[in-house]
Write a protein that binds this ligand. Structure first.
Ligand code: 5AD
Length: 367
């Protein structure tokens, strides 16, 4: 029997953070979970916020070794939603009280693409205004690395949050999962550009990558702190059968059986260290455990992203194998998710943007 009475949860140094992330005593894991949950309630309240996820194009100029829609994967049917399809999905969200959407796509920096996204954002912002949403839907973009001028255009069009995952803050590991042309420095520079532009900035990593250790994950958390980020979307790395990284299968340091625990501990420890940021319980969590997203919420997450991509296109947006929620209609997603949120004693806050309290506080302290 381990005596856990005197167990002290410390997260003040890299080593302490790494040791929390490696914890595998179930009673200690539960103590970490409880503490993270308390920190969540104190800093963000118990509400859960929806971001309707619209994956509007799978064309991608990048060639990330882990991703199913990478440029070189010739098996993928490439698609683009029409303006009407995007706007209709967004307006469905507004009508159903979602408050916010995420527009996500593969990476593309062409003039036409950026103009198209700007027009989509402007149209959605204008047409989603209602009594419940006097400022329209909150719009988050997740469309990759862009120039500062283009970030500024997208912000001016009305998007106010942006997600760009760093994937790993370890340069060497970053190099093993990306081709030479995709540089770590540019990714970091893009995060800085987004901050300068005025976006609420989200980033994130994958855990369980070949060669990745808990020390590296501890560094990721310190990276988030250092960059003063507002939101996090992280998830376990899951193999995709037609990507180069799948060949690395013998080099996993975090074993598959441990992946769920490490995923949940990452959420909890991020909550402890970063306190008042928004953290998503991502779909990838549900791939490794049927109730992964609920578990994510009870370990300190406060955002979920119901699937809005029209069903026919979802099979062409498979970033990894066994992605769940492929057939559910948007109504089914809504009901299923609200039941999942309720099952862990939490409640969806409808018709609110649910901005990062961290970002709001930074604004207040400037005034
Ligand atoms: N497993 C888990 N997450 C993945 N992503 C891409 N491929 C995978 C995979 N095989 C994530 C990346 C990217 C986000 C859009 O999806 O972190 O930033």
């Amino acid at each position: 029997m381990v005596n856990i009475m005197n167990y002290e949860i410390k997260y003040d140094t890299r080593d302490n953070i790494a040791s929390l992330l490696s914890e595998n005593n179930p009673e200690k894991v539960e103590l970490i979970r409880k503490m993270a949950h308390d920190v969540l309630l104190e800093n963000c309240g118990s509400g859960v916020y929806y971001r309707g996820l619209i994956e509007f194009s799978n064309r991608c100029v990048s060639d990330c070794y882990y991703c199913g829609i990478r440029r070189s994967n010739a098996d993928v049917n490439r698609f683009d939603l029409t303006m009407d399809e995007i706007v209709d999905s967004a307006l469905w969200c507004a009508k159903n009280g979602y408050g916010s959407i995420v527009l996500q796509s593969g990476e593309n920096s062409s003039r036409d693409f950026i103009d198209f996204v700007c027009r989509a954002v402007e149209t959605i912002k204008k047409r989603s205004v209602s009594e419940e949403l006097p400022n329209g839907l909150g719009v988050t973009l997740c469309i990759g690395e862009q120039s500062e001028a283009d970030y500024a255009k997208l912000f001016a069009a009305g998007a106010h949050r942006y997600l760009l995952r760093i994937e790993t803050s370890n340069r060497e590991l970053f190099k093993t999962i990306h081709p030479e042309a995709q540089s770590f420095d540019n990714r970091v520079e893009c995060l800085r550009r987004l901050k300068r532009t005025g976006f609420q900035v989200g980033t994130g990593v994958m855990y369980g990558l070949p060669g990745q250790t808990c020390q590296m994950l501890a560094d990721d958390i310190l990276f988030f702190k250092d960059m003063d980020i507002d939101m996090l979307g992280m998830g376990p790395y899951i193999r995709h059968s037609s990507t180069p990284l799948k060949k690395n299968k013998n080099q996993f340091i975090i074993e598959r059986d441990d992946l769920l625990r490490v995923s949940l501990l990452m959420i909890a420890v991020c909550r402890l260290v970063l306190k008042d940021i928004n953290i998503a319980a991502t779909t990838a969590l549900q791939t490794i455990d049927p109730t992964g997203r609920e578990k994510g919420l009870s370990f300190g997450a406060n955002v979920v992203m119901p699937q809005l991509t029209p069903v026919d296109y979802r099979k062409s947006y498979l970033l990894y194998d066994n992605k769940p929620c492929q057939e559910d209609t948007k109504e089914e997603c809504k009901n299923c998710l609200s039941a999942r949120v309720g099952s862990v004693g939490r409640e969806v806050h409808y018709n609110e943007w649910g901005d990062s309290p961290h970002f709001k506080r930074k604004g207040e302290s400037k005034n």
